[in-house]
Design a protein around this ligand. Structure first.
Ligand code: NAP
Length: 255
């Protein structure tokens, strides 16, 4: 038996945080391949401009991922405009600096609300629409911070581990409806989010550079279209950052 990939041109996808960065690069790549794309964000000017640039297959919608009413309205609008919705890229997220002691409880709640509760609301609201479409696919953006710890970004790490776990739960719950759910784990990528970080951040990686948004977008396209036997799975694109560590060994050459 052969299982053919879903052609990208069959995708009718909602992308949160789609106005710029990784979400914007993914909207560009998918629209160029013929997908119907709803760019959803709170950056209305940038989102509208990108949708206009991408042409009639792309539309912009204001969507704050923490707002259940925004979600319901966006899903209804996507179904009306595209006929159905069969894919979701839960990409919106923020980073906020602060460790266990100096991050305020309010800031911890805020980042978890956007990065984790927003992903739950997206799954919760779109799953019935994906089921109506006969099945679908969801990519949830975690991070290498969902695979290991980092100091100084406690809320971010907690939220991204949560996304990884929620992805497993959703994959199990939604498989009977022919919906695949996967988590995406980028390392440091050159977007506005990492603008304040310099190259020392990536020096210890096997590939010692920042990734480009388009490199992540190509991974997302693969997950949505080609990865037909994957669900609950973790897809890492990080220049080898979580591969391990090269040890400084003493010189053991007997000569
Ligand atoms: P970005 O350029 O800052 O894009 C994120 C987008 O999400 C922005 O347009 C942002 O708007 C929007 N957003 C923020 N809060 C929102 C909300 N409540 N509702 C809807 N949209 C909201 O960041 P990026 O680097 O492309 O990041 C995209 C995703 O990848 C995030 O989940 C991030 O955690 C993850 N990630 C990024 C990296 C990296 O190195 N860049 C690495 C690993 C994972 P505002 O500007 O108004 O906040």
């Amino acid at each position: 038996m052969s299982v053919t990939p879903t052609p990208v041109s069959d995708l009718r996808i909602l992308i949160t945080g789609g106005a710029r960065g990784i979400g914007g690069a993914t909207a560009r790549l998918l629209a160029a391949d013929g997908a119907h794309v709803m760019i959803a964000d709170i950056l209305d000017d940038e989102g509208r401009a990108l949708a206009a640039e991408l042409g009639p297959n792309a539309i912009y919608r204001h969507l704050d991922v923490t707002d259940a009413e925004d979600w319901a309205a966006a899903v209804a609008a996507a179904e009306e405009r595209f006929g159905s919705l069969n894919a979701l890229f839960n990409n919106a997220g923020i980073v906020s600096f602060g460790g266990i002691v100096d991050q305020t409880p309010e800031e911890f709640r805020r980042i978890v609300d956007i990065n984790l509760n927003g992903v739950f609301l997206g799954l919760h609201t779109t799953a019935p629409a994906l089921k109506r479409a006969g099945g679908g696919v969801v990519v949830n953006t975690s991070s290498t911070a969902g695979l290991q710890g980092y100091g100084g970004i406690a809320g971010y790490v907690a939220s991204k581990w949560g996304v990884r776990g929620l992805t497993k739960a959703a994959a199990l719950d939604l498989a009977p409806d022919n919906i695949r759910v996967m988590s995406l784990h980028p390392g440091p990528i050159r977007t506005p989010m990492t603008a304040a970080m310099d190259d020392t951040t990536v020096q210890a990686q096997p590939l010692p550079r920042f990734g480009e948004p388009d490199e992540v977008a190509r991974m997302v396209r693969f997950m949505l279209s080609e990865a037909s036997f994957s669900t609950g799975s973790e897809f890492v694109t990080d220049g080898g950052a979580v591969t391990g560590q090269v040890l400084n060994m003493p010189d053991t050459d007997p000569a």
